[in-house]
Design a protein around this ligand. Sequence first.
Ligand SMILES: O=C(O)C(=O)C[C@]1(C(=O)O)C=C[C@@H](O)C=C1
Length: 286
Amino acid sequence: MTKIAYLGPEASFTHLATKHIFPVQQLLPMRTIPECIEAVTEGRADLAVVPVENALEGTVPLTIDYLYHEAHVYIQAEILAPIAQHLMVHPDRKDAWDQVERIYSHPHALAQCHKYLSYRLPHVETEQYASTAAAAKLCADHPDMNIAAIANETAAHAYGLTIVERDIHDFHFNHTRFLVVGPKNQQIDVQNHQPQIKTTWMLKLPQDDRPGLLHQVLSVFAWRRLNLSKIESRPLKTGLGHYFFIVDILEQEDHIMMKGAVEELTFLGCSVKNLGSYYTYETSTE
Ligand SMILES: O=C(O)C(=O)C[C@]1(C(=O)O)C=C[C@@H](O)C=C1
C-alpha cells in the first residue's frame, strides 16, 4: 500500500486534503513540513502532502525553501481546499470561553484570523503551534490549561472540543494549495482533476546583475505564449538582494516550447530546477 506522509496530526487541514485524493492509502502523520519531505527522500514514505500557499497569507516559505534548497523531489499533484477556521475550547470551558488566556494555532491560521482576534479578543495572547490540529489536541489533552485553539470542524470532533465561534477567518475567500511530492517525475491521475496541467520551475538568475535580465527571462515565456500562473521570488540565502524565482507555467514540461524555453534560459545563464508537471484536484468541503 502506498505510504503518504502529511503534516499532522489527524484532522489537520493537510490531513483532510490528503484524504480527499488518497482515501484508502496508509497515511503517516508528521510533526513538521521538513519531516514530511524527508520521509520521502529517506524512503520511509512514497509521497508527502504539504501546504504551499494560502489565498490570504501567501506562500508557506518553509515548503518552498525546502523544495529548492534541501530536497530533490517532484510535484505529482496539487490539491486546492477551502479553509474555514473556528475557535474551539475544551467542553469544560465552553461557558467562559472568552476568558481564555491564550489561543494556539498554526501561524497561517492565526494570521488568517488576525482582525477577528484583535477586535474580538484583544486581551488574549496567541501562540504559534505546529499545526491547527496539534493545537486542538493540546486543548483536549490539557483541560487544566485556560486555552483555546483555532482549527477546523473535523478537529473539533476528533479531539472532543466545543466550537464557540465559527468562521472567524477575516476574508470569505480562504483557500489553501497543497502539494503532493514524490521521488519520481510523474503525475498522479487518480480521479477527477482539472483539465489544465501545470509545471513548476525554480529559476536562479546569473549573479552579474545586467540591466533588463528579468525582462529577458520573462520574454522567454512571453514570445512562446507560455502562460505563467504565478511568479514569486524567495531569498537565495547567500546575501541580501540574491533571489531565486518560482514560476508556475500552464503547460506540460515536455511541450516543444517548454524545451526551447529551458534552452534559452540556460543560454541566458539561468539554472532551472524542474519540479515537474501535475494536475490540480479541488476539494469542495472542509
Ligand atoms: O495546520 C494545519 O492544519 C495545516 O494543515 C497547515 C496550514 C498551513 O500551512 O497554511 C494549512 C491550511 C491552513 O491555511 C492553515 C494551516
